[in-house]
Design a protein around this ligand. Structure first.
Ligand code: PEP
Ligand code: MG
Length: 325
């Protein structure tokens, strides 16, 4: 079975009736690129850079970061790579940046909030990413955006990083695309306004589900309540896609839900044509996609969207998934 799946690495990701979906990889290191490439990833949809900052005595320098981003850009061989700026706090901590203990770490000091508070660190990272844009199709992704003001502040720091590079006479792509994670309900609700300020959205279902449902993604005791197929989540997804379409920007999904083949009918129905997932999931999802008829899948998804019960939606999607080989 594994050998058979491996044969799909170079096969195009397309449904039986001709609908293409771009399948790219979530990575946290240069090493992950090997599995991604081996499994036929069409670029990197999410490079989680926090792991570059972890397990070390101090912040990585601009040069150290640049070398890593450049290597990933080169390995992608012209395919897009989406580099997410530092998303620490909550479940991810740095030994050399002691953060205060918080009552609710997931509602606290994390992601873009830290970057906007520590603009020195943020600008260093953006400068390194921009320099890598001279070596591949690099895009920049801001995590945990909850308002237009935060996004404008992040863009201002990006503009400063560009000025700095202009002063140095350094080479970089002035049109580097920038996007935001849609992973906070507020962002999904104001997606129309946010869409006017960016080139793309990447939906982070891991956090979006926890925040929409008020279910801590790390808490075992309530893990059964963490259901990405809850109708409230599906409506947030729909709102986000519609805002993106209205503004003519692209939208992808990069949370765990993207690597779950039961979700395929939802993507087809919602009009999501780009998924990013762990490199280990790529071939399994592609196999399922190749055996899916989009017209049937859409009908299944439409029925799901009418249901108010998360468990029933999940059952329906699971049944549809097990009916294809
Ligand atoms: C997400 O929240 O869905 C996501 C992709 O980011 P992370 O899992 O790194 O928080
Ligand atoms: Mg997240």
């Amino acid at each position: 079975k594994k050998e058979q799946l491996q044969l799909l690495a170079s096969v195009e990701a397309i449904t039986k009736d001709g609908e293409k979906i771009r399948l790219s990889a979530n990575i946290s290191s240069v090493k992950d690129m090997e599995t991604a490439i081996k499994n036929g990833a069409q670029g990197v949809g999410l490079f989680r850079t926090e792991f570059l900052y972890m397990d070390r005595p101090a912040f990585p320098s601009e040069e150290e970061q640049f070398n890593v981003y450049r290597l990933v850009a080169e390995k992608a061989g012209g395919q897009p790579i989406v580099i997410r700026t530092l998303d620490i706090g909550a479940d991810k901590q740095l030994d050399y940046l002691p953060l205060q203990e918080e009552e609710n770490p997931f509602l606290g000091y994390r992601g873009i909030r830290i970057s906007l508070d520590r603009k020195d660190l943020f600008k260093t990272q953006l400068t390194a990413i921009l320099r890598a844009s001279a070596f591949g199709q690099v895009k920049i992704l801001f995590p945990m955006i909850s308002s237009v003001e935060e996004l404008l502040q992040a863009k201002a720091v990006l503009a400063e990083a560009m000025e700095e590079l202009d002063k140095r006479g350094a080479d970089y792509n002035k049109n580097t695309e920038k996007g935001i994670m849609i992973e906070i309900p507020a962002a999904a609700l104001i997606a129309g306004e946010l869409a006017r300020e960016v080139d793309f959205f990447s939906i982070g279902t891991n956090d979006l589900v926890q925040y929409v449902l008020a279910v801590d993604r790390m808490n075992e005791q309530i893990a059964h309540m963490y259901n990405p197929f809850h109708p409230a989540v599906l409506r947030m997804l729909r709102m986000t896609v519609e805002a993106a379409k209205g503004a003519g920007i692209s939208v992808s999904v990069c949370g765990e839900m993207a690597g779950d083949e039961r979700s395929i009918p939802l993507w087809l129905e919602l009009g999501i044509r780009q998924l990013s997932m762990s490199p280990q999931s790529l071939l399994r999802v592609k196999h399922r996609l190749l055996n899916t008829t989009a017209a049937d899948a859409r009908r299944t998804a439409q029925e799901c969207m009418k249901l108010s019960n998360a468990a029933l939606i999940e059952q329906k999607l699971a049944a549809a998934a097990s009916s294809v080989p």
